[in-house]
Design a protein around this ligand. Structure first.
Ligand code: ATP
Length: 212
């Protein structure tokens, strides 16, 4: 059987329970051997800069996934030292894993809604399959027309015919209303984030005095 590898890219500023729940559901639902969590080096999908350094975001990912052997932190985008495009990362992984590997890229519904602004976004489907985790408020009918077309044409609901790339599947996982932006605001105002962030990550945030 070909290897089945998941890729989960994000700013992870900080990594939170919705991310972890998504990564685990991703591995479970798609029977993945491994899920690579790849923190963005210099995110440019957002106007305001990240609050934690790339190294701190990577360390938080490492701490958060320590309990699940299927999840692995991958520092390639941080090592690149310049903004890294997802399409480049997937091309690199495809080169390493070979043409037969089943490659899955995971994103939230909000990211899908802006997919047409990503560099060479239509090439993503030649490189990987796409898994989408619903986020509260997601409505596929409001997707940009070109993304909606891909969503309709590529969606599969059963797995009798798994392919190395090219399909879209939404996770069955119920949406969870949680974002890093809201968590940073909570932490900055001195509120607790217990239960929303992994305890080891929370201890690291306190120790490093992040998001104050
Ligand atoms: P921010 O609030 O800083 O934008 P975020 O919480 O969206 O951060 P990111 O690191 O930007 O976290 O997200 C990485 C990926 O995880 C993105 O594809 C995003 O859509 C997805 N994601 C994050 N939180 C959720 C959630 N609650 N439900 C579904 N997808 C999510």
């Amino acid at each position: 059987m070909s290897p089945r590898i998941g890729v989960f890219g994000g700013t992870f500023d900080p990594i939170h329970q919705a991310h972890l729940r998504m990564a685990a559901a991703f591995a479970d639902e798609l029977a993945l051997e491994r899920v690579l969590l790849i923190p963005a080096g210099q995110p440019y999908h957002r106007a305001r800069g990240a609050r934690a350094s790339p190294e701190q975001r990577l360390e938080m990912v490492r701490l958060a996934i320590a309990g699940d052997p299927r999840l692995q932190a991958d520092d390639r985008e941080i090592r690149r030292g310049r903004p890294a495009y997802t399409v480049e990362t997937l091309r690199e992984l495809r080169g390493e894993l070979g043409q037969d590997a089943e490659l899955w890229f995971l994103m939230g519904g909000d990211s899908l809604a802006t997919l047409d602004s990503w560099k060479d976004w239509t090439q993503l489907f030649q490189l990987a399959n796409l898994a989408v985790a619903m986020r509260p408020g997601f409505d596929w009918q409001t997707l940009p027309a070109e993304v909606r077309r891909e969503w309709q044409a590529r969606q599969v609901h059963d797995f009798s015919n798994r392919t190395a790339s090219g399909t879209i599947r939404s996770l069955a996982l119920p949406p969870l209303d949680l974002s890093a932006t809201r968590l940073r605001a909570r932490l900055a105002s001195g509120q607790t984030a217990e239960g929303l962030i992994d305890p080891a990550v929370l201890a690291y945030i306190r120790q490093q005095r992040l998001y104050q």
